[in-house]
Ligand binder design. Structure first.
Ligand code: RET
Length: 139
């Protein structure tokens, strides 16, 4: 399979605001988060992934094995003011050299797709009818 290992620094981030809105991120958080230059740190061992999305404001970690459905608790990501955790049933699979994630939960059509082109990492995040396109460059 493709090799995602490395540190990837954000170069573009289209429609991130739409995605944050769709997953009920509050206004104050959105205001800060939309300006962040995110860094993706990926440790991959075959089908086993440890991923960190880092920023000066907040970090988000998700670990998974391709083909194995898991419970994804979106701590520090979805809005937490309503005092209930957002738990997703997430399954990541290969589509050729692309990673495709389906995140079953209270939001329809939630998931992402991630692939490499040269020294760029592409990440497309979708929720309901919104799509965010992020591109990262290898450090
Ligand atoms: C940040 C900052 C705080 C607010 C939000 C964030 C969003 C993180 C996301 C991460 C997605 C990671 C994926 C990893 C795949 O391997 C940057 C933590 C909303 C959406 C898809």
């Amino acid at each position: 399979p493709a090799d995602f290992n490395g540190q990837w620094v954000m170069v573009t981030n289209e429609n991130f605001e739409d995605i944050m809105n769709a997953i009920d991120i509050d206004f104050a958080t959105r205001k800060i988060a939309r300006h962040l230059t995110q860094t993706k740190v990926i440790v991959q061992n075959g089908d086993k992934f440890e991923t960190k999305t880092l920023s000066t404001f907040r970090n988000y970690e998700v670990n998974f094995t391709v083909g194995e459905e898991f419970e994804e608790v979106t701590k520090g990501l979805d809005n937490r003011t309503i005092q209930r955790e957002c738990v997703l049933q997430t399954l990541v699979t290969w589509d050729g050299d692309k990673l495709v994630a389906v995140q079953k939960g209270e939001k329809a059509n939630r998931g992402w797709m991630q692939w490499i082109e040269g020294d760029l990492l592409h990440l497309e995040i979708h929720v309901e009818d919104k799509v965010c396109k992020q591109v990262f460059k290898k450090k």
